[in-house]
Write a protein that binds this ligand. Structure first.
Ligand SMILES: NC(=O)c1ccc[n+]([C@@H]2O[C@H](COP(=O)([O-])OP(=O)(O)OC[C@H]3O[C@@H](n4cnc5c(N)ncnc54)[C@H](OP(=O)(O)O)[C@@H]3O)[C@@H](O)[C@H]2O)c1
Length: 254
């Protein structure tokens, strides 16, 4: 129940989906959590749920592809909750359709995918790392995807490439920041049934999708949240530079 007692955590992109599940679990485990996104109503709802369960949450907004926005968030979190011990750089998502040939991908979609995933993750880490190094303590979890683990036409290529780069960024970070007491790990989830995917994945294809997973079900936001809790907490005190597939074995199967 208290794996993150006394810690301050920021989960980017926690107004919904995987991030919201991570924020709620971290709060249950005793962390003071900065809940982040752009949709104020959704943020308020996640904070309300955390408060109702007895936790402490602060809503922060900002575009994580803009360093100035992230710096402003950091100032607000430090003032209200204290310095960040745990950073989950989760915000991101696809910006182009699946099943596109490389020469059909438009420039704007490519740039939006790199900006919204890779650049956003880089800028978020850049903003919070100096404080962690100075305090000689911290845990950073980044969000990759099964899309980055092998080429598959079902995954939009610019997104997959951005996520693959996040994995290398995370491993370079683990190597650089380890001597300063900071750990860094990535999670690579397969299909997770968030509110968005519940709407977007038709019932008709779910059975065949399930068949691509050796563990015969699709993932839940809570599956990812439990992996994030492990990596963020002292249970993973000697784990750094790892890419953790939370994928029901699907990466092996294709
Ligand atoms: N769901 C899956 O099957 C799956 C699988 C593999 C990897 N992932 C990765 O897991 C992470 C979370 O995915 P999800 O499915 O939970 O996503 P989601 O439901 O679409 O939620 C995305 C979250 O990120 C925020 N966000 C996105 N871009 C942002 C930006 N530029 N600035 C600020 N906030 C931003 C959104 O904020 P607002 O909505 O408030 O604007 C929202 O809170 C993503 O990195 C995604 O690529 C997901």
């Amino acid at each position: 129940m208290n794996k993150l007692a006394g810690k301050v955590a920021l989960v980017t992109g926690s107004s919904r989906g995987i991030g919201a599940a991570i924020a709620e679990l971290f709060a249950q485990e005793g962390a003071k959590v900065a809940v982040h996104g752009r949709d104020q109503a959704a943020l308020n709802e996640v904070c309300r749920r955390i408060g109702a369960a007895g936790g402490r949450a602060l809503a922060v907004t900002g575009d994580v592809s803009r360093l100035a926005d992230i710096e402003a968030m950091r100032a607000r979190i430090e003032e209200q909750l204290g310095p960040i011990d745990v950073l989950v750089a989760n915000a991101g998502g696809t910006r182009t359709p699946p099943n596109q040939a490389l020469d059909e991908i438009d420039e704007a979609g490519w740039r939006a995918s790199i900006d919204g995933n890779l650049t956003a993750t880089f800028l978020t880490i850049k903003c919070f790392l100096p404080g962690m190094k100075q305090r000689r303590s911290g845990s950073i979890v980044t969000m990759s995807s099964a899309a980055a683990r092998r080429p598959t036409p079902a995954s939009p290529l610019p997104y997959a490439v951005a996520k693959a780069a996040i994995e290398l960024l995370t491993q370079a970070l683990a190597a650089q920041a380890g001597p300063f007491g900071v750990r860094a790990n990535a999670i690579a989830p397969e299909t997770i049934m968030t509110e968005n995917n519940e709407r977007q994945i038709p019932e008709s294809i779910r059975a065949s999708l399930i068949d691509t997973h050796p563990v015969r079900r699709l993932g839940t936001p809570e599956d990812v949240a439990r992996a994030a809790l492990y990596l963020a907490s002292d249970d993973a005190g000697w784990v750094s530079g790892v890419i953790l597939d939370v994928a029901g074995g699907a990466v092996l199967a294709r």
